[in-house]
Write a new protein. Sequence first.
Length: 161
Amino acid sequence: MTTSEHSAGTVLVRNGIVLFGVGLVSAVCVYIGNEWFHTIFLPRLGIGSAVGDALGDFFIIIVAFIGQRLASLAFFDDIYFGLLGYARQLQMAKDAMHTELGELGDLASTDKLTGAWNRRRFEELIRGEMERLARYDHALSLLMIDIDHFKTINDHCCPVN
């Protein structure tokens, strides 16, 4: 099992336990709230059973919502079941991935010693310019210089340690 599979399994188990806890807290809140609402609050107001049931259903929804949010706050330190934390982690991972992809792109398209574009990058650039030429019907000029025995000149002028 890889680290990411183990981590994903741990997150799923933890979330399952937490959601069970949130459901339990919500159910307790609804039970206590419903009992209080029907046995204490409605009789004091003199509200009948039909209106009381409609108000009670609305009250149950409100109490369940508040109970879920409180349980989520207790377990995750936010009211959205940890989704904000997961979203931040995903954004950080995405940013790190984009940075690494940029670095890998630079490594794949430049010469390590000189920092100059390599043949792959040069061919990509030429291909893009040829597509632009075909699209906009602009003129294109290309100048290439080949210096014979440049390695010998480079080795004498700038020896590599």
